[in-house]
Design a protein around this ligand. Structure first.
Ligand SMILES: Nc1ncnc2c1ncn2[C@@H]1O[C@H](COP(=O)(O)OP(=O)(O)OP(=O)(O)O)[C@@H](O)[C@H]1O
Length: 264
């Protein structure tokens, strides 16, 4: 209870930290989900790809420290460079800046077995010690839920908006309500909802199957006065591109075009 009180009072206390003095980031968008595995990293990566294709300089800050999948989906392995001034993000094939714990570990199968405050400290350093040069849109891949790290990100980094990723089988109503309350406490607007794994379109006959049942995202969005920004299908090509580090070659980025227009 006292923890909750501390968190609620956090909106009035300034815990913000300064970015590196050589950084210049125009907009920071946090991508959140209620639980793991719903495609939050996929949506984060695709958003960066879409904005980059539109000519913006996009970046991804992988705050999912214990389950970092961003370098893998972009096929990036290069260790971030550093000099006495700071740490430089690694670059994807199309020039998206990426910082992730997986790029700093000796191997990508190395687990991060750290307690919450250490993890939160690492995420904060991704903001304070990394030189993010002329970034138009930074997308933060948040760990699922509302724990230590999301709290640290919202308190210390100037997040401009939140995108909530859900899937039809989730307890969407509860998850969206929690996200809305967290956003209110943190005083950050929710840009909208993205439903992933919404349907499957059979390539043989174009028939649409609701694998996880009917979606309730539209009603729930309406209840909270939120927008449904996109509905992404289940597509083996997505999983394949993620596994092979080829997300930048995926046509799926077109699904997020409406989100890109809002961000612009
Ligand atoms: N629409 C989709 N169609 C096919 N495969 C998908 C789709 N969305 C996600 N996947 C696959 O599901 C897996 C989980 O996706 P992702 O890593 O984006 O989830 P997440 O919510 O970020 O999980 P975590 O919170 O555990 O990091 C990945 O292997 C990804 O390729």
């Amino acid at each position: 209870m006292s923890d909750l009180c501390d968190q609620n009072s956090s909106s009035s206390t300034d815990f913000s930290v300064q970015p590196h003095e050589l950084s210049n980031v125009k907009k920071v968008i946090a991508v959140v989900s209620g639980k793991g595995g719903v495609g939050k990293s996929l949506v984060t990566s695709l958003l960066a790809v879409v904005m980059s294709r539109k000519g913006y300089h996009a970046a991804v800050l992988d705050a999912d420290v214990t389950g970092p999948s961003i370098p893998k989906v972009f096929g990036v392995k290069e260790t971030p460079a550093s000099d006495g001034t700071g740490l430089y993000p690694s670059k994807s094939k199309t020039g998206i800046d990426i910082m992730s714990m997986n790029l700093l570990l000796p191997g990508d199968t190395e687990p991060v077995i750290w307690r919450g405050p250490i993890i939160s400290g690492a995420v904060k350093q991704f903001w304070t010690d990394v030189i993010w040069t002329d970034v138009d849109f930074m997308f933060v891949d948040m760990p699922p839920g509302t724990g230590d790290v999301p709290l640290t990100v919202f308190q210390s980094i100037p997040v401009d908006g939140i995108i909530v990723v859900t899937s039809p089988q989730e307890l969407v109503s509860m998850i969206v309500s929690k996200a809305v309350k967290m956003a209110e406490i943190m005083n950050v607007p929710i840009i909208g909802l993205v439903e992933n794994m919404s349907y499957f379109k059979c390539p043989d006959n174009d028939k649409v199957y609701k694998i996880f049942g009917d979606s309730h995202i539209d009603e729930i969005a309406q209840q909270h006065n939120l927008k449904v920004l996109a509905k992404l299908p289940i597509d083996p090509a997505i999983a394949d591109a993620c596994d092979r580090g080829l997300i930048e070659e995926l046509d799926a980025a077109a699904w997020l075009e409406p989100v890109a227009q809002i961000l612009e």
